[in-house]
Every structure is written in C-alpha cells, then in structure tokens.
Write a protein that binds this ligand. Structure first.
Ligand code: NAG
Ligand code: NAG
Ligand code: NAG
Length: 305
C-alpha cells in the first residue's frame, strides 16, 4: 500500500513537472492532445496566452497514421494522411493544400513529403501567416506538371511553388524538387529554339520553380532542386534568408534557368551550395543589401552577378 501510494505521488509529480516545462517554454501546441516534450522550440516563443480555441480549428480530427510513440507526431503532417498518393502521376495538389493548412496552424508544424514517393502538384501558393517554426520537409520527390501542355490553363505560367507572407519557415529535407523543364526550354520563343535556330515571337512566360515573396527568417537547406522551366529560386521582398547545402542543376543549354535570384531583399546568406545551370548562377536584382555568398560552386553557368 505504502509503495503504491509512493508511486502515485511520483506520477503526480512527474505530471506537474511536465506541465511546468510546457508552460516555461510557452509553447503553443494543440493542448487537446497528450504530448511529450520533443525538440526544443526554435526560438524564445511569444508569451501570448494559449487558449485551446486559437489552435487550429482546421486540423482534421482524424488521428494521423504516425507512430503514437513518436513524441513529435503531433506536429508532423504527412501529405499521405491528407490523401496524397505519390505515384508520380496523380495530381496531389489538394492534399498538399490541406496538409499545409494543418501544419501552418501549429507551432513548429512539419509538412512532410515522405521519402520513396513522387508527388506531382500544380502551381500552388503556400501562404501565411503561419505559426512560427513551420518546416516544409521534402524527403521524397516533389514534381511539377510535365511541360506547358500539362500546365492547367487556369494556373499562372509565371510560377510553380510560391511561399508567401511567412516568418520563421524552413524548406528542407533530403529529397528532390523536380521542375520538369525540358519542354519549356524547347518553346520556339526561347533563345535559339525556333525552327531555323532563331528566336520566334510569342508568349514565352515560363514558371519560376520556387518563389519566396514578402517573407522573413527563411531557411532553405539540403535539397536537390533541378530542371526548372525558368529561374530555380527567387526571393523578392524577403528579410533574413539562409541558404545552405543546396544542389541546383539544369543542363548547360537550358535557357533562363538562373540558380538563385534575389531582389528587394535584405540579409541573405548563400552557403555551401553547388549550382550548375544554363544562365546566371546567382543574380542579384535591385533593392538588395547585405548578401553574403560563401562556399558556392558555379558552373557551367554565367556566374554571380
Ligand atoms: C514521453 O516521454 C517519456 C520520458 O521521456 C517516455 O517514457 C514516454 O514513453 C513518452 N511517451 C510518449 C507518448 O511518447
Ligand atoms: C526507402 O527505400 C529504401 C530503399 O528501398 C529503404 O531502404 C528505406 O527504408 C525506404 N524508406 C522508407 C521510409 O520506407
Ligand atoms: C529542417 O529544418 C528543421 C528546422 O530548422 C530542422 O529541425 C530539421 O532538422 C531540418 N531537417 C533536415 C533534413 O535538414
């Protein structure tokens, strides 16, 4: 009896301790679920009061198929749980939009693109504001529609993946983002792609693969980004961008496939990356200040300018 009583007190103490820890960290998680302390919060989070009602009314109530033992499973939103197939031919756009909405609504949410699957999505704007610490993690492959004929009429032909109005967000993973650019490069309007080796007039807009717009404190790392129809990455009106360990590639003769373009942005670091493509390696547009580039290998592209 003594022993059981002791255990009981220990249990209560542990429970209180857990609660205190959560409060000290001021995390703003789904309090409707039991959860463990997992990874530390990425930064001192705000002390805004956490009422259960302000945490993500949009999260589906279905349990996620993640291992319930996994202490971080509350924050991981695998696109397959939202209906994505990942066979490389189905259109998984809707599932990505749903997963984004759910991950956006919790602090340090992770939208997971799992390895060994290839997901095809059409032009999509992933917009904020979201809770801080959001991670868009691509461990598998994320693929654009295959050329202009497969591009839905209703979609913008200027952009594919757009990240908009975000703060403290990471795009990373061990996977690949594939632009399927080859049919775009062959359009007769592109430099020297016309029938007689000349450029012909005509609508020529081709999508930038990944565009960050009006966002701050971004991290992009680890990924392979390849075969963009046009620029691979573009940062416009962004503050605080950290790019590390990217591999960007497109064929030498692919037109306008700039690696990373930055404009109207401040405090941008581009490090330890390999960029081989058909146009500028890194291009810096107007309104940009405090750009640091180190450990970047360019070639055969046009270099940094
Ligand atoms: C919570 O953490 C404790 C201690 O680290 C561990 O023993 C327990 O299995 C974890 N529970 C869950 C649901 O992850
Ligand atoms: C992905 O495939 C590799 C090779 O078949 C395998 O070793 C790995 O465990 C797979 N990963 C997952 C998450 O299934
Ligand atoms: C992705 O970024 C998050 C947050 O910065 C980090 O915790 C995680 O380890 C990163 N994952 C990879 C594969 O780099």
């Amino acid at each position: 009896m003594e022993f059981i009583h002791g255990l009981y007190i220990l249990l209560i103490t542990l429970t209180l301790f857990n609660h205190n820890l959560i409060n000290v960290e001021g995390r703003n998680h789904l309090h409707t679920k039991k959860k463990n302390i997992s990874t530390p919060a990425p930064s001192e989070s705000s002390n805004e009061p956490t009422s259960p009602s302000n945490s993500s009314p949009s999260v589906p109530s279905d349990p996620y198929p993640n291992d319930p033992q996994d202490p971080s499973s509350d924050c991981i939103f695998d696109v397959r749980s939202f209906g994505a197939i990942g066979d490389g031919s189905c259109d998984d756009t809707l599932a990505f939009k749903k997963a984004w909405k759910a991950a956006c609504a919790v602090e340090s949410g992770v939208l997971l693109v799992p390895e060994n699957y290839t997901f095809k999505i059409t032009s999509t704007i992933f917009s904020g504001p979201c809770k801080p610490g959001l991670v868009f993690q691509v461990d598998g492959m994320l693929m654009a529609p295959d050329g202009p004929d497969s591009w839905p009429e209703a979609d913008s032909r200027n952009q594919w993946l757009v990240f908009y109005k975000l703060d403290q967000m990471s795009l990373n993973g061990t996977g690949t983002i594939e632009g399927n650019g080859d049919q775009w490069w062959d359009l007769p309007c592109k430099p020297h792609r016309g029938p007689d080796g000349k450029t012909t007039l005509g609508p020529c807009s081709s999508p930038t693969m990944i565009r960050f717009f009006m966002s701050s404190n971004l991290m992009v790392s680890g990924l392979k980004i390849q075969n963009s129809p046009q620029f691979h990455m573009k940062f416009d009106v962004c503050q605080g961008v950290m790019i590390n360990m990217l591999s960007i590639s497109a064929p030498k003769l692919s037109p306008n496939t700039d690696g990373i373009h930055v404009e109207n942005s401040q405090d941008v670091g581009i490090y330890n990356s390999l960029i081989s493509n058909g146009d500028d390696c890194i291009s810096i547009g107007p309104g940009t200040s405090n750009v640091e580039i180190a450990g970047v290998t360019c070639g055969p592209s046009h270099g940094i300018r």
